[in-house]
Design a protein around this ligand. Structure first.
Ligand SMILES: Cc1cc2nc3c(=O)[nH]c(=O)nc-3n(C[C@H](O)[C@H](O)[C@H](O)COP(=O)(O)OP(=O)(O)OC[C@H]3O[C@@H](n4cnc5c(N)ncnc54)[C@H](O)[C@@H]3O)c2cc1C
Length: 288
């Protein structure tokens, strides 16, 4: 297996164009190195992109733009994310250990497309888009939900590099939260995870808009649109949260695996939704 370090986006794209499906992009390596060691992937070439400085960083000009190589540690400690994007911070801070967060990147978490990837639900509630670039066809941007095709499957073509992720600007009276159930507090992917983004009415009494996304309870993290519809226009009181939780639990299709049963996953979802919505409501009232 060959190993080449690209020093610029152009260089990485040329290598990907020349080698196509035979090449794998290596960012922090926290997923790929394990897959290589297990013999699950067999690339002829690793295109190492970790040193491309232009792919790292967080900026806001209207939408929030996050460079592909921004690490979980950078996300977890970013002052910019603390204003409106706390769910993404909370998810990044829950990825594995401090060491994993130092090397693991946002694009790596997205492109690995694990059903349990922590950052995906927060990105979905902020209607994130991903931008992919290829040497042959230039740039294209698509909603994250369309990029995620299935377990470990994305819409990425072999010669494409994911360069940035964009999140919508957060409206007034809006807050978000990410809640996760794992077997331990560190080094453990989610058994079930949920992100919520809530916008309250001008008087703070009603839910003007609710966005809910789940992870680890189906092959692809996704929005829970019927629960979102149910919540719209209602008061965020305990009865609403209970009924919304029951609706959410009935609408998911979790599986049994070595970490938890489908029954357990369904049973914790109701509690996760209630917890996330209570946190969102409290955060809106603190910030307005
Ligand atoms: C001990 C441990 C604990 C972990 N715990 C968690 C956890 O709790 N939650 C969680 O969600 N994850 C967890 N992970 C998984 C991992 O840390 C994350 O998925 C991480 O974000 C991957 O980023 P990376 O830069 O290391 O990706 P890499 O391993 O370098 O790459 C992952 C995949 O993405 C592709 N890729 C990377 N960057 C790009 C790009 N810019 N464009 C196109 N393709 C790209 C690679 O080709 C590869 O297929 C854990 C991993 C370990 C080792």
């Amino acid at each position: 297996m060959e190993f080449l370090s690209a020093r610029s986006v152009e260089e990485a794209l040329q290598l990907l164009r020349a080698h196509g499906e035979a090449a794998s992009i290596l960012a922090g390596g926290s997923d790929l190195m394990i897959q290589l060691a297990r013999g699950e992937v067999h690339p002829a070439l690793l295109v190492h992109i970790e040193g491309i400085a232009e792919l790292s960083g967080i900026a806001q000009h209207g939408n929030l733009t996050i460079g592909a190589l921004t690490t979980h540690r950078q996300l977890a400690t970013s002052a910019r994310l603390a204003c409106g994007y706390l769910a993404l911070q909370e998810s990044a801070a829950s990825v594995g250990s401090r060491q994993t967060q130092e090397v693991g990147t946002l694009a790596g978490n997205i492109c690995n497309a694990s059903p349990a990837a922590d950052t995906l639900a927060p990105l979905l509630v902020h209607a994130a888009t991903v931008t992919l670039v290829s040497d042959a066809r230039g740039e294209r941007t698509l909603p994250l939900q369309d990029f995620l095709r299935g377990r470990r499957t994305t819409a990425r073509q072999g010669d494409e590099l994911l360069t940035r992720i964009e999140l919508e600007r957060v409206p007034a009276r809006t807050a978000d939260a990410y809640c996760k159930v794992g077997r331990r507090s560190a080094m453990e992917v989610a058994i079930a995870g949920l992100a919520a983004r809530l916008t309250l009415s001008d008087d703070g009494q009603y839910i003007a808009e609710a966005r809910i996304a789940t992870c680890a309870v189906g092959p692809v993290p996704c929005r829970a649109t019927s629960t979102e519809e149910f919540l719209k226009g209602r008061r965020p009181d305990e009865r609403t949260l209970r009924e919304a939780g029951a609706l959410l639990a009935a609408g998911i299709a979790p599986i049994d695996d070595t970490r938890a049963t489908a029954r357990y996953r369904r049973s914790v979802m109701e509690g996760l939704l209630g917890r996330a919505l209570r946190i969102c409501t409290a955060r809106v009232s603190i910030t307005t």
